[in-house]
Design a protein around this ligand. Sequence first.
Ligand SMILES: [Zn+2]
Length: 361
Amino acid sequence: LADPHPQKLLSELVSVQGVTGQEENILSAAARICDSLGLTPQVTPDGIILHVKGQKPGATLLFCSHLDTVPAGEGWTVAPYEATIRDDMLFGRGAVDAKASCAAIILTAYRLKKEGLLQGQWVGALSIGEEGNAPSLPRLLDKIGPVDAAVVGEPTQMDIATAQRGLMVLELETRGKQEHAARSKGVGAPLLLAQDISHLSQIPFPRYHNLLGRIRLTPTRINSGIADNLVPPTATAMVDVRTTPVYTNDEILSTVRAAVTAKVSVIADAWVPCEVSHEHPLVKTALTALTDAKLFASDAASDWTFLQKQNIPAIKLGPGNCLFSHTADERISISELTDGLDGYTQISRQYLRYANSRSLE
Ligand SMILES: [Zn+2]
C-alpha cells in the first residue's frame, strides 16, 4: 500500500470547518480519516488520541496539536475552506495553524504503525479549544497517562522552540470621586489610571531570561467615562503581561501592585512560561534529525503550557510559517508539509530508540 499523500490529507482537514467551540465536524472528519488509515483512534469529546505501542514497554513520546481554528474573517482571495492549491501552496483557514501539524501527526502514526515499534509508546493527541479559553489538552493528558517527552505541533518552520513566554492578564482599576468636570481637582479616576499606565514600562523587572529577554507589559484596553462634563468614579485598563520563566506570576503581581495606585486583579494566569534544557535528549534528537533546524525562543503561548505544568519536557515544532496564522489567505507550501512529516517521523524513531536504549542500561 502506498503512503497516503500528505497534501490530500491536509486538504481533507482544511475542507472541514472547525472554529473553536464548534468542533463536532472537524472531530468526526479527523476520526474518520484516522479510522480509514487503520489507526484505531480513541475518539473523545475532547479530541482524538492515537496510540502506537511497541512490542516491549518503555518510554512514551507524545505529539500534540489542535484541530480547532480561529474564524475565517475577511480579505481572502480564495475560498477559506476549499484547500485551494496555487504555486505549491495550500490555502485555507487552519492550513498552517495547526492542521498541517495535525496531518503530520496522523501520518507519523501511520508510518510508525506500518513499520512497527520495538519498544516504548508513541502517542498522538489532536485537541480542540486551543484558540479559546478552554483548551482540551489537559483533559486529553489525563486520559493518556504518564508521558516522558512531548512535541507541540505549531508552525515554527521546523525550527525548535526551547522556551516560550507565558501570558498573564491583569486588570488595573482606579477609583475617584464622581463630580462635575467644572469643579474637578484634577485627580479623577481616568487621570490616576493614565499615570499608572504611563508608569508601567518603568516598573523594575531586572532579571533577564537568556533566550526570552525581559518581561513585557502592554496595556490593551482602557475603559472609563460617562459623559463629557462628568468625572467618572472608576477607570479600568487591561494589561497583557508576557512572562518568562525567571519570575513567578506571584512575584510579577506583587511588583505591579507595589508600583501602581490602582487595584490590581488577575484576569487570566493559566499560561505559564515554558522552557526545556538544551541537554535534554528530545532537543538533541531533534537537532540530529533536522539538520537545518535552529533553536529559538517563542513569544506566543501555546498548549505547551499544560505540559509544563505537569513537568513534561517538551519542544514546540511544526511545519509552516506562523506569520500566516490567523491571517486571510493562510497557507503552507506542500514541501514544508512533507518535510515536517519526515521530521516528525525521524524524531519519533530516534527519540524512542535513544530513550529506550538508556532505560535498558
Ligand atoms: Zn495554533
